[in-house]
Write a protein that binds this ligand. Sequence first.
Ligand code: HEC
Ligand code: HEC
Length: 261
Amino acid sequence: MTRQCSALLIVGLVLALPLDATAQARGARPPVSASSDPAAGKKVFDAQCAWCHGNDGDGGTGPNLHGRLRHATDLKSIVDIIAAGIPGTDMPSFRSPLTERSTRQTAAYVQSLSRAAARPVPGNAQRGADLYQSTGCGSCHTIDGRGGIVGPELTGIAARRGPAYLRESIVKPAATHPPGYLVVRAVPKSGPEVRGTRVNEDVFWISIRDAGGTVHTLDKSELTRVDREIDASLMPSYESRLSAPQLDDMVAYLSTLRGAR
Ligand code: HEC
Ligand code: HEC
């Protein structure tokens, strides 16, 4: 995931370069209105942002940008987010790849998206909520303070992720790893092996949370090996367990979860 992201980021940067380069070569100092031109901003968005925020801002690894934005209230705050990123999240800083002018144009385009009405997601959110209960998602995930801790909290999930990503998380969990969920398998010199997500690791100890939620803290000198399963997930795939309409309902429900996290 991360490796793929940075490769795409580089491609995105290269694509966006000519835009800024020509503007600078001409030494053009655009009038203020041109510097917040949403049409020019769309080009930057398509190259730099769409691989996370989806085409037309429909959402993916990053949130859907239609309707009211959580962090960004006006043009200036959108400019600030693009320049600085959002620390502690997957939203990167674009201060070095983008000029101030492209940043403003992109921000103007994002603002035009946020003014457009949110596009409806297919499916029925109420049925999705019932399905969430009956399928047992809550044994691993917490929503509004209730549920398990093996998977990430989902209370504000739609503010972080778009519908395409949510769908993928359910049918191919291993394809969409949020950070901090590396699956490891530790084999002790004696006793049963422990498999789960790595909670903590240093030179001497490793802590692993198993699928039941129990944290095991193991002395590394007592282990014969630790395997890091980069492509594994503790979450089962629901591809064969949910019908297509049920999957739509589940994604519709998750897309309503924009609360505090
Ligand atoms: C690597 C993925 C990624 C890329 C590339 C990316 N974003 Fe983001 N962006 C995110 C994520 C994830 C969040 C949500 C952060 C959070 O709150 O958890 C976000 C949040 C935002 C927000 C705040 C949304 C709100 O509700 O307030 C804006 C605005 C934004 N991004 C604009 C952009 C623009 C413009 C670009 C391109 C210049 C861009 N992003 C590129 C992942 C990305
Ligand atoms: C056995 C525990 C378990 C169950 C049951 C489970 N999940 Fe997960 N889920 C996880 C783990 C662990 C992750 C994070 C690691 C990963 O994606 O592989 C995750 C990730 C996710 C994500 C992505 C979160 C993010 O921040 O990117 C979503 C969405 C999700 N699960 C939804 C569901 C839904 C909906 C169900 C029920 C149909 C469900 N999960 C059932 C353990 C579980």
